[in-house]
Design a protein around this ligand. Structure first.
Ligand code: ADP
Length: 259
């Protein structure tokens, strides 16, 4: 709390008066702390792959380059970490672009056929799903329309499908559905994969939050996928929910208000 006090000019025969102004800076402080924490997180996330790249380059220069088998192994690690940096930066730019466009009110919602958006998202994830023999089942009425930003909604669904694929066993099925529930448009992605222990659910949509850091990293995750989904849902004035049973699977739903 900031308190600012000042003595008012006294009337000749009156006792002196004072004016106190109280500023509640709790909210500002919270925002400032969040910003600091975010910068610290980004720095840490970027430093990890850079440390690995520098380390392996030094090892190569120190002589490991003479042994072709090891040299190849180290170059592969360097490439993986460079790609990781690339994914983190791409995701960070996506987040800041959405924030910026939202602030400038540049994001246009148009009446779109939801099935088209979901099919486009499935197409993008198709090769990854095929690699793991994963089948994606779509259930969506052809006559379902919604007021959405199609590229952004497509990106959100791709992120959910991508996770569903990453955290499923090979040969599994993923269900994606959309329908109207009352006034609301509900799109759900359901997997039958590893699931998420309930204590993690409240923090899942925070930037860089991961249930299992090592696993997310080997699977090529940045920890930003769900933060992007939440941002995109907010832009649509909707919400995103998750239900999960460890060992049985998870359902993520994007719920948008009706037109
Ligand atoms: P990541 O890039 O690590 O996948 P996300 O923001 O997309 O980051 O997801 C955050 C974390 O939530 C993941 O690291 C993972 O632990 C968990 N998660 C997300 N989706 C699923 C899912 N479908 N099944 C199990 N865990 C999931």
């Amino acid at each position: 709390l900031h308190v600012h006090g000042s003595l008012l000019p006294a009337e000749t025969d009156q006792p002196p008066e004072a004016l106190f102004v109280f500023h509640d800076i709790t909210r500002l402080k919270q925002l400032e702390n969040l910003r600091k924490e975010f910068v610290a997180n980004v720095s840490h996330e970027l430093r990890t792959p850079i440390t690995s790249i520098v380390g392996f380059v030094e090892t190569l220069l120190d002589g490991a380059i003479e042994d072709p088998e090891n040299a190849r192994k180290f170059l592969n690690i360097i490439e993986k970490n460079a790609q990781r940096l690339n994914s983190i930066i791409t995701d960070l730019l996506t987040l800041s672009k959405i924030e910026q466009e939202k602030e400038e009110e540049q994001i246009v919602l148009k009446n779109c056929r939801i099935k088209d958006v979901l099919e486009a998202a499935i197409l993008i994830c198709d090769s990854r799903a095929n690699e793991q023999q994963i089948q994606i089942d779509l259930e969506c009425p052809a006559g379902l329309w919604g007021k959405v930003n199609a590229p952004l909604l497509e990106q959100a669904v791709v992120n959910l499908l991508d996770n569903a694929i990453k955290y499923s066993n090979s040969g599994a099925t993923i269900k994606i559905s959309a329908n109207k529930q009352g006034q609301e448009l509900v799109m759900a992605v359901q997997d039958f994969g590893c699931g998420i222990p309930s204590e993690h659910l409240p923090r899942l949509f925070e930037r860089f939050y991961r249930v299992d850091k090592a696993r997310s990293r080997t699977l090529g995750g940045t920890g930003l996928g769900l933060a992007i989904v939440k941002h995109i849902t907010n832009v649509h004035r909707g919400r995103v929910t998750v239900e999960s049973t460890p060992g049985a699977g998870s359902t993520f739903a994007i719920i948008l208000p009706g037109a």
